[in-house]
Structures are given as structure tokens and as C-alpha cells.
Design a protein around this ligand. Structure first.
Ligand code: SGN
Ligand code: CA
Length: 525
């Protein structure tokens, strides 16, 4: 009898050898359009920009696994999404509504629950939650947002160490070193590898700058869109490439070329930060990089462009640098995949590639994110899990970053706590279910006015319709995502949609209550 009880008890404990390893790679501000496999096949819900980007290693995750075309965030900025991934909760419950609030390290989180279930837990790269990480056996993180060249990393004893390398390479080296030399091979592992790239100010490695600076990048249809007929939030934002992207800091143009051109003249902050990040680039690369950037400066000096002409140039330079940063991240993914193959770990390792949100690559004339519009609300999600996910599958279910923690726990055989608000999509990965039983996603953005004057808003996104309420401006927007995937036509006053709109307004109130968001939102309730 005792023997049988013992056997039953042992069966209830997930065996370590069965628990898959998980490598969760998250880049920063990497829009799905800047991943080859999304770009070429087009994102289901919006017109993809046709970009000259080749990301063979990210594409490989999709080809051997699953690509999600409807993965979204619930609050499109960095710290809030990171807190959501850790807790499986929306911002109003996990406490991180903006990029400034420190995360409460005593909270129960995904890594803590995995650690309890026998995993070794690791975090390498961007953290950006203003308190030191907890729940990880090993961690090393950037101070704040991190820098590209001559990266600094905070170690577990709170020292800041400088590496004379490019951030993407440093993180790759640290991750491989942990996998090769530090892990306990008798335990499964959970590694969060969080890149700096391709976050602003998009400083590439020289070898990729050489390639992309020669490219001519196609322009999105709405690059020159004006604000005529648009709502208050559209008019009020400061994320315009023409008006808000800086020539010296963002586009790396030496101030000397534009000091005497009144409408292009940089301010003293820009000049200071230009010299700071230039000095971080190692000398052997800096000279050649400055030559490439000098071409930009000379062109401005000669032509003194304004308006459309200036926007056209700024867009090209922005995208060259952004795509060059992505190319380095793709190489890093390749190194990780190769190590998993060579070491024999690949078969029992789930690899996830995602970003902390989408990013404007010139649509509406913008950069940055924050808006509930699909460009920024959508995030890429590629998952490879050999033997479990059918190679080359594409899934269109609505999924959200609140679902990531429940899914990883489920994959590890750990019970999902009922305080998590997301749903596990493990059964989608394994092909047992095509869709989650949830018809709409909740979204709420808070941070204002910094950095980009995006008016706070909330809303719900269904597969076909999206309703947004900019509550401090008391303005509503409604989009038909099938008819208008780039969200150019606000249908809020169109008679034929009034029944849908009324239904969704009621739904928004219900969903807000369902997620226990009790903070008022203008005249919503
Ligand atoms: C910085 C950027 C902003 C960006 C925020 C948040 N300005 O402040 O453009 O929106 O980070 O980014 S910069 O001049 O310092 O680059 S996030 O990814 O951390 O949310
Ligand atoms: Ca980000």
C-alpha cells in the first residue's frame, strides 16, 4: 500500500527530464514588419511594408515552429509589457503602468514559479523595471535602457561593468557562457535574453551599417500623411519623423554640418549626446562610421532640405540604422540556435522570439509606439518546440502578452495561478486547439506627456473591430480592421456602424470590469 502511494506521489511531480528548457528572446521595439517571414508573407491584419530585410535565423524559428499573426500587447511601452510577461497580469494589477515606476520585487512572478518547479532561471540584458531583479538564479542587466557600444551591465553584486563590445554581442556571449559553463545539466532552464536593439537611437555595428547605408528603403503609403480630418490624439503626438526625430542623436549627423542652417541647427542637448554615444563606439569602427554618417551631413549642408524632402531623407537614414540593428539581433539568434543544435539541447528546448511591442517604421510619418493602433499594439511571436509544434504553422488566434506566463508555466507542467489574467495557449502550440476562447483583447495606455505626448486611452480589439477611447480628450475612434487594416478611417460617426459601436462600448465596460480595472476613464462609465 505504502509502495503504491509512493509511486502515485512520484507520478504527480513533473520529472525534470520531461520539463522542456525555455529560451525566451525578447528584443526591444522590433516591429514584425522588420522580420523577413512576417514582411514577405505580410501580417494578416495590416499592409506590410516591403522592407529589404533578411532575418534567416528568426525565420528559422517560424519555419520549424509557429508564427502568430495576431499577438498583441496591452500597453505598448517597455516596462509595462515586461511586468506583464513576469506576472501574467495587465498593468493596473501588476502596478507598472509607465516606464518610471519601480517593480515590486516581492511579487510572485513567472521565474519564481518556474524556479519552485525545479528550473534554473536566468535573465540577461534589458530589465528596465527600476528595482534589482528577483527570482533569477543568475542575472545581469543593463542600467536603465542600456547603450549600444561599450555596453554596461550590472552584475548580481550590484557592480556596473563595462564591456568594450556591441550590446548585442555582449548579451550573446553572456548567454552562451551561461549555457556552456554555468548551468546545472541535471535541471531544466528558463533563460530570458532581452536585447537592447533595435531601440532608439538605433546605433548599428559597422559591418551592418556598411550594408544598409547603401540600401534604398521603400516608403510606407502613409509616410507623408497629414493630420487633416484626424482626431485630437493624432494631432497632439510628438512622434513624427519630420518634427521630432533628431538629426544628431537619432540620425548620427555631426553637428558641424548643420550648425549654420537655422531650421536644422541642433540644440545643446543633442550636441552633448551626439559626442557621448560617438565616444562609446570603439575607435577602430568610429572613423569609418563617421565617414558614412558624414555623407548624410554633407547632403544636408548642400541641399538644406525642408518639408517632404527632409522627411524623405530622415526616413531613409532611420530605416537604414534600424534594419542594421535588427541584422545583428538575427545573427545573435543564429548563435543561440546553433549552440542548441550542437549541444543536443535543441530537441527539448522551446525557443520563443518576440519584442516588447511593435514600432512605427514611418507609417503615419511616425516612429515610436504607445498607440493602440495595430502597428504598435501588435508584436511578433515566433515559437519553436521540436516534436510538439508542427513545423511551418501559422496561427491567427488573438493572443496577448498576459498569456505568455500562463503558457510557459503550462509547458513546464506548473499549475497556472488563478490571479494571472492571461490564458495558456499551449494547446494552440501543440495543434490541439486553433483559437483561444476569448473574443476580444483589453488595452490601456497611461504614460503622459513624456516622451511622445500620446494621449491616454483604452479600448478593445476584436478580430474585425477595434474601439478606442481617448478619455482625457473624451474622443472615440472605431475601426473596421478588415476593410481598413492601416486604421486610417475612424468610423465612429458613420450611421451603418452605430449598432456595432454601441455593442462594443458596452463590451468595453464589461471587459474593464472583468479584468478588475477600477480606475475611472473619463466619461466611460
Ligand atoms: C526613450 C526614448 C523614447 C522612447 C522611450 C521608451 N527617447 O526615452 O523615444 O519612447 O525611451 O522606450 S531617447 O531619446 O532616450 O531614445 S521603451 O522601449 O523603453 O518603452
Ligand atoms: Ca520597447
Amino acid at each position: 500500500m505504502l509502495y503504491r502511494v509512493l509511486i502515485l506521489c512520484l507520478m504527480a511531480i513533473p520529472s525534470y527530464s520531461q520539463q522542456p528548457n525555455i529560451i525566451y528572446i525578447m528584443s526591444d521595439d522590433h516591429d514584425a514588419d522588420a522580420i523577413g517571414i512576417y514582411n514577405k508573407r505580410s501580417v494578416a491584419t495590416r499592409n506590410a511594408l516591403s522592407l529589404p530585410i533578411s532575418t534567416p535565423n528568426m525565420d528559422r524559428i517560424a519555419k520549424e515552429g509557429m508564427r502568430f499573426t495576431n499577438c498583441f500587447v496591452g500597453n505598448s511601452i517597455c516596462s509595462p509589457v515586461r511586468a506583464t510577461v513576469l506576472t501574467g497580469q495587465h498593468s493596473h494589477l501588476n502596478g507598472i503602468k509607465d516606464n518610471r515606476t519601480p517593480f515590486d520585487g516581492t511579487k510572485i512572478t513567472l521565474p519564481k514559479l518556474l524556479k519552485e518547479a525545479g528550473y534554473q532561471t536566468v535573465l540577461i540584458g534589458k530589465w528596465h523595471l527600476h528595482s534589482l531583479p528577483t527570482g533569477f538564479d543568475y542575472w545581469t542587466v543593463f542600467p536603465g535602457q542600456g547603450i549600444y557600444h561599450s555596453t554596461r551591465l550590472i552584475s548580481m553584486n550590484n557592480d556596473t561593468i563595462r564591456y568594450n563590445e556591441y550590446a548585442t554581442s555582449t548579451l550573446t556571449g553572456k548567454t552562451l557562457d551561461w549555457l556552456k559553463n554555468q548551468r546545472d545539466p541535471s535541471k531544466p532552464f528558463f533563460v530570458m535574453m532581452h536585447h537592447k536593439a533595435p531601440h532608439r537611437n538605433w546605433v548599428p555595428e559597422l559591418k551592418w551599417l556598411e550594408v544598409f547605408s547603401k540600401m534604398r528603403i521603400p516608403e510606407p503609403a502613409t509616410l507623408y500623411a497629414d493630420t487633416a480630418g484626424k482626431g485630437a490624439a493624432f494631432k497632439h503626438q510628438r512622434m513624427s519623423i519630420l518634427e521630432d526625430m533628431t538629426l544628431c542623436t537619432d540620425l548620427k549627423i555631426d553637428p558641424q554640418y548643420i550648425m549654420d542652417i537655422p531650421h536644422l541647427k541642433p540644440d545643446s542637448n543633442q550636441i552633448r549626446s551626439y559626442h557621448a554615444f560617438m565616444n562609446w563606439i570603439p575607435e577602430d569602427q568610429r572613423k569609418r562610421m563617421k565617414e558614412i554618417f558624414a555623407e548624410r551631413g554633407k547632403l544636408l549642408q548642400q541641399t538644406k532640405p525642408t518639408g517632404k524632402e527632409l522627411l524623405r531623407l530622415k526616413y531613409q537614414w532611420y530605416m537604414q540604422d534600424y534594419l542594421a540593428c535588427v541584422a545583428s539581433v538575427d545573427e545573435s539568434v543564429g548563435h543561440i540556435l546553433k549552440y542548441l543544435d550542437d549541444s543536443g539541447l535543441a530537441n527539448n528546448t522551446m525557443v520563443i522570439y518576440t519584442s516588447d511591442q511593435g514600432f512605427y517604421l514611418g507609417e503615419n510619418g511616425w516612429f515610436d509606439k504607445r498607440f493602440m493602433y495595430d502597428v504598435s499594439m501588435q508584436t511578433p511571436l515566433l515559437v519553436k518546440w521540436p516534436g510538439k509544434i508542427k513545423a511551418g504553422s501559422v496561427n491567427t488566434s488573438l493572443v496577448q502578452t498576459i498569456d505568455f506566463a500562463p503558457t510557459m508555466l503550462d509547458v513546464a507542467g506548473v499549475k497556472v495561478p488563478d490571479w494571472m489574467q492571461g490564458l495558456s495557449f499551449k494547446s494552440i502550440l501543440t495543434g490541439k486547439q486553433p483559437e483561444l476562447p476569448r473574443k476580444e483583447l483589453y488595452y490601456r495606455y497611461y504614460e503622459y506627456p513624456i516622451d511622445h505626448y500620446v494621449i491616454p486611452h483604452l479600448g478593445i480589439r476584436e478580430k474585425q473591430y477595434k474601439l478606442i477611447y481617448f478619455y482625457t480628450a473624451n474622443e472615440w475612434e472605431f475601426y473596421d480592421m478588415k476593410a481598413d487594416p492601416t486604421e486610417q478611417k475612424n468610423l465612429i460617426r458613420i450611421p451603418k456602424y452605430q449598432a456595432q459601436i454601441e455593442r462594443m462600448k458596452k463590451k468595453l465596460v464589461e471587459v474593464k470590469a472583468k479584468y478588475n480595472d477600477s480606475e475611472p476613464a473619463g466619461e466611460l462609465e
